[in-house]
Design a protein around this ligand. Structure first.
Ligand code: PLP
Length: 390
């Protein structure tokens, strides 16, 4: 019997047992594989069979991780990469050439914007930023040479949502690829393939790992598109190390239970911050005050583990609050068991211009919390004592 439910697939999808009949997946820490004959080796190099060749191409641990994510996202194929950014790049580069255009949400992760603005632009690929919440703006900005619509939902750190049904319709109508970074939602909260996404990207470093240990990324989609990603990655070399794949595949076993608790804690923190006089604005997709609350309820299972908020008193107040934390961590990562606070304007998004930051709501007083799995009263207690210093 094949498992049908998310939790069971995440646990039971596993590579074939070896001759030792181990229960938990072993680690294949090897850079290459051997062949019983030169003929079989030659055939495998010609792409016959699914033989293992070299860990830059594939490895049992990365294959297990990929198979699991494909099942959880409801897609055919994937390629795992060394980091989320190499996955983002590998989801774009094979599909564009000089003279092509990319339509991209304004609310993208800072490094993704750098790829568009500082790398692909040098190679003759242009891009236009659009309002993720306004399909009319997409229609106005799409061009005859647009090849791809690049999105994040919810976005980092403004938690802006894209209407995925509208995005799917828009991409089909204009015959362009629908490429979404699904890192903040994870496959547990949202499956973009159901809305017609062609390429789905994850930074596995975040919620998929869940304990801040390893870097990783993955691109998934249909066989034809992933074949192009695989060709690009095999020859440019951003493969995920087997050790990271081993960690990440095991982490996925607990993704559902972790995300349930992360979302529950984040929702409570969002409601708690709403009540505080030191705070100006709280952004969380499952708060009725979020401008896309109805959409969030429609396309996400829960609201996610990130809350963003603005402190009254500008940059000085934001910095004071962060420097007074005793228990929560000050770090740029997210999706950890440990609660992490970040100041996007001076760190992850510091390379954006003032106008670019303003357009996506990254103000000097904006703080992002990745709500962890500690006891909710301890997280609140630390925030209270820090807010009392303002
Ligand atoms: C939405 C999003 N995409 C991609 C990345 C990049 O991932 P990585 O740090 O694994 O390269 C991040 C990192 O924070 C992110 O938040």
């Amino acid at each position: 019997m094949k498992p049908e439910h998310f939790e069971s697939i995440a646990i039971r999808e596993q590579m074939e047992r070896t001759a030792y009949r181990e229960h938990s997946t072993p680690l294949f820490l090897t850079s290459s594989f051997t062949f019983p004959s030169p003929e079989l080796m030659a055939d495998t190099f010609q792409g016959e069979g699914d033989g293992l060749i070299y860990s830059r191409y594939n490895n049992p641990n990365t294959d297990e991780f990929i198979n699991k994510v494909c099942l959880l996202e409801g897609v055919e194929d994937g390629f795992a990469t060394a980091s989320g950014m190499s996955a983002v790049f590998a989801s774009i580069a094979p599909f564009v050439s000089q003279g092509d255009h990319i339509l991209a949400s304004r609310a993208l992760f800072g490094s993704t914007l750098q790829i568009l603005g500082q790398i692909l632009s040098k190679w003759g690929v242009t891009f236009t930023l659009t309002d993720p919440a306004n399909p009319k703006d997409w229609e106005e900005k799409v061009q005859p040479n647009t090849r791809m619509f690049l999105l994040e939902s919810p976005s980092n750190p403004g938690l802006a949502l894209v209407d995925l049904t509208a995005a799917g319709d828009f991409c089909r109508k204009n015959n362009i690829l629908f490429n979404i970074d699904n890192c903040f939602a994870t496959p547990y909260l949202q499956n973009p393939a159901k809305f017609g996404a062609d390429l789905i990207v994850h930074s596995a470093t975040k919620w998929m790992d869940g304990q801040g240990r390893v870097l990783g990324g993955i691109v998934v989609g249909n066989t034809e598109l992933i074949e192009k990603v695989r060709f690009f990655c095999r020859h440019t070399g951003p493969a995920m190390p087997p050790f990271n794949a081993w960690i990440l595949s095991k982490s996925l076993e607990t993704l559902a239970v972790r995300m349930d608790r992360h979302c529950q804690n984040a929702h409570q923190i969002a409601q708690f911050l709403l009540e505080r006089s030191e705070i100006n604005q709280v952004i969380y997709p499952f708060l009725p005050s979020h401008p896309q609350y109805e959409l969030a309820k429609k396309q996400m299972k829960w609201g996610g583990g990130i809350v963003s908020f603005e402190v009254k008193g500008g940059l000085k107040a934001a910095m004071t609050l962060l420097s007074e934390l005793k228990f929560c961590s000050l770090s740029s990562n997210l999706g950890d068991t440990r609660t992490i606070l970040t100041h996007p304007a001076s760190t992850t998004h510091s390379r954006l211009s003032t106008e670019e930051k303003k357009a996506v709501g990254i103000t000097d007083e904006l703080i992002r919390i990745s709500v962890g799995l500690e006891h909710i009263d301890d997280i609140k207690g630390d925030l209270v004592q820090a807010m009392e210093k303002l």
